[in-house]
Design a protein around this ligand. Structure first.
Ligand code: HEM
Length: 269
């Protein structure tokens, strides 16, 4: 297969500068040999040169700096995520992004857009399943068609995330409470970074989320408009947890009501 003339040449990434896009934070997809993780936030930072574009030789300090610059995280939140993350994966120096996906450390099964780690593998797969991306988008209510019809913005909020978490744990099996907390925290951060409020809903624009989670790319021209703090993320993660509990209760009540209807029907036969 030949590469079209308009395609940037295949090139090597060294440090934060890309030889094709030049200095700055323009997007460049990973090149052959670059290292990537199952985390959209870290991969996006590498694709935009907020950390080394080849995803190699990265320290917790590099990640901290990148999180502050790229997403506008507060120092306590950025230090917490980077240093606690590195501690959990037992990296006390530099690492590459792929090794951050060490299975069972921060990484867990029932991810939103990635498959579970296959038996015998040490690190999680980094491929994004486009069907899982579509399913994630379908968990957002109202969906794109209703929004278009009613002139509303298509936004994802904590309840939509809860629906996605419940679905993925049904598909892949339940995860332990620590990893369930991590999974909620991952989405709680981005809900805070991109929150937009309209009169109908507060949530993050789906065009941002979809591009970020499937192409690992930032919205064009977006820059942080506030400092995203740790306590706000904790509050949002609790919101997702409460929504998960409520949706599970509603599902159980609906299932009980439908089985009692069936029993009544049988009694009449
Ligand atoms: C702005 C900060 C961050 C955000 C918004 C974020 C968000 C996310 C999201 C949404 C996922 C889920 C992907 C999926 O379910 O398919 C994820 C996965 C992951 N993140 Fe991050 N992340 C951040 C920072 C970090 C840091 C600092 C580390 C480690 C040092 C890290 C390590 C991971 C790992 C290992 C996974 C895989 C978990 C899984 O199995 O799904 N993340 N992240």
């Amino acid at each position: 297969m030949s590469i079209p003339d308009s395609h940037p040449s295949i090139h090597e990434h060294k440090g934060k500068t890309c030889p094709v896009t030049g200095q700055g934070h323009a997007f460049c997809a990973p090149q052959q040999g670059d290292s990537r993780s199952p985390c959209p936030a870290l991969n996006t930072m590498a694709n935009h040169g907020y950390i080394a574009r080849d995803g190699k030789n990265i320290s917790a300090q590099d990640v901290t700096r990148g999180l502050k610059e790229c997403y506008g995280l507060s120092s306590p939140l950025a230090y917490f995520l980077a240093y606690v993350g590195f501690m959990i994966i037992r990296k006390f120096g530099r690492t590459n992004l792929f090794d951050i996906g060490k299975h069972g450390a921060v990484e867990h099964n029932a991810s939103l857009v990635h498959h579970d780690t296959p038996e015998g593998h040490t690190c999680a797969p980094i491929d994004i399943d486009s069907k899982l991306v579509e399913d994630l988008c379908a968990d957002v209510k109202p969906g794109p068609k209703e929004c278009e019809k009613d002139g509303k913005s298509w936004l994802m909020n904590y309840e939509d995330v809860a629906r996605a978490r419940i679905r993925r744990e049904k598909e892949a099996g339940p995860i332990d409470s620590v990893h369930a907390e991590i999974a909620r925290g991952e989405m709680a951060i981005i809900l805070g970074v991109w929150e937009t409020k309209t009169k109908d809903k507060a949530g993050i624009p789906m065009e941002y989320l979809k591009r970020w989670i499937s192409e690992e790319r930032m919205p064009d021209g977006w820059r942080p408009d506030h400092v995203q703090g740790l306590m706000d993320v904790v509050k949002r993660a609790k919101g997702i947890k409460k929504a998960v509990e409520q949706l599970r209760k509603d599902e159980a009540a609906a299932a009980a009501a439908s089985s009692s209807e069936t029993e009544k029907g049988k009694g009449k036969e």
